[in-house]
Design a protein around this ligand. Structure first.
Ligand SMILES: NC(=O)c1ccc[n+]([C@@H]2O[C@H](COP(=O)([O-])OP(=O)(O)OC[C@H]3O[C@@H](n4cnc5c(N)ncnc54)[C@H](O)[C@@H]3O)[C@@H](O)[C@H]2O)c1
Ligand SMILES: [Zn+2]
Length: 347
């Protein structure tokens, strides 16, 4: 078992261990004196791992029930949020009990937001089951739901009380969902760790399970470092957005259908690197991205994408921040006028 301590305003441990999902009751009983819990999940993950989690909790003396909503981003909304909080209320959850998010980033984000707001805050545990949620969304304390005006526009900072990453659960993921998470993994190598990037270069989507625990550990540790320096997203945390300005634009251009976040991030990283970094760096990134079956660019004309970039949340007062890696393992945050960014990308 490997573990990482995240020293934010509410410190917590991230456990990285194959098979840990079946021991979750043991781990959770160490961080709470309550023996009452509710598990929130989606229908797919609930069907795959719900029983394992519930029986482990029961074996550790927890009284617990599970609420499952329909899987997918469209559930990260106000009405499902309402259903979750009603369920917590009916289950008699008090401020000293515990809420468990079992699933990918959608489950983690909406459950975290419910935990942040129900009774003005109840402790919650993340059991992330997608690669993206293990290496990214379960750590760092950002929780949110989507509203008509946009994604993640209503949310709160709420650190989990514990995160349990079981990389064996990733074996049931469709290849495309695994690839999706690999975009964020490659991002971590690019922004912070050259030798980790080399490890990724020496594998591909079919062989990546061999190094999965190392991947999760390294990425969580990078996220820990960044989040500890900038818990409330005021500056340094922005380097985690490498590839995301164009990535978000690509996702939005496709109306958030048939084009995943990871595809956007992968293409976004390649496009900015092609323009601003030495050719050998951009070539290595492209090869790596291809070996995890992710796109390295787009046919959509830049003119059509740019309007979506300037709607980005990272834009302020006519300026836009983008991240560039001129060498592998080091990122810079560059702030320019929106027009300057457009010229750069169109050129
Ligand atoms: N809070 C943050 O810091 C943060 C960071 C990045 C992304 N996010 C959010 O995360 C969300 C995306 O998360 P995601 O990519 O995990 O998507 P997701 O939660 O929708 O999961 C993707 C699909 O995989 C299924 N699934 C999950 N685990 C599985 C498993 N082990 N086996 C088989 N199927 C499984 C789910 O049911 C779902 O259909 C977005 O809403 C995004 O905004 C949040
Ligand atoms: Zn991302």
């Amino acid at each position: 078992m490997k573990s990482i301590n995240v020293k934010t305003s509410h410190p917590y441990e991230v456990i990285i261990e194959r098979g840990s999902i079946s021991k979750c009751g043991e781990y959770i009983s160490k961080i709470t004196s309550s023996r009452k819990a509710v598990v929130i999940t989606d229908d797919i993950v609930g069907g795959l791992y719900g029983d394992t989690v519930l029986s482990s909790l029961k074996n550790s003396g927890f009284e617990c029930t599970m609420f499952a909503f329909h899987n997918g981003e469209q559930s990260k909304c106000l009405s499902v949020f309402g259903e979750i909080t009603d369920y917590l209320c009916k289950a008699g959850i008090t401020r000293s009990d515990i809420i468990i998010a079992l699933g990918g980033g959608v489950v983690g984000d909406i459950t975290g937001f419910a935990a942040a707001t129900y009774l003005r805050g109840v402790d919650f545990v993340q059991i992330p089951t997608t690669l993206l949620s293990q290496v990214d969304s379960s750590v760092g304390g950002k929780t949110a739901i989507d509203i008509t005006g946009g994604k993640n526009l209503v949310g709160a900072f709420k650190q989990p009380a514990l995160v349990i990453c079981d990389s064996d659960t990733l074996k049931s993921l469709p290849a495309e969902t695994l690839a999706d998470g690999m975009a964020e993994v490659i991002k971590y190598g690019m922004i912070k760790n050259g030798s980790f990037f080399e490890l990724l270069e020496s594998h591909d989507l079919d062989s990546v399970d061999e190094i999965m625990d190392e991947i999760v550990y390294t990425c969580v540790d990078i996220k820990r470092e960044v989040v500890e320096h900038d818990e409330f997203d005021r500056g340094e945390r922005m380097i985690l957005n490498f590839g995301h300005t164009l990535g978000h634009a690509l996702e939005a251009w496709h109306n958030y259908t048939d084009y995943t976040h990871g595809m956007g991030v992968a293409a976004g990283m390649c496009m900015i690197t092609d323009r601003l970094a030495p050719a050998d760096i951009s070539e290595r990134l492209r090869k790596c991205v291809e070996s995890y079956r992710l796109p390295t660019g787009t046919d959509i004309p830049m003119k059509e994408l740019l309007p979506f970039c300037s709607k980005d949340k990272k834009r302020e007062y006519g300026e836009i921040s983008y991240i560039v890696c001129k060498t592998i393992g080091k990122a810079d945050i560059v702030k320019v006028a929106v027009e300057e960014f457009s010229r750069l990308m169109e050129g």
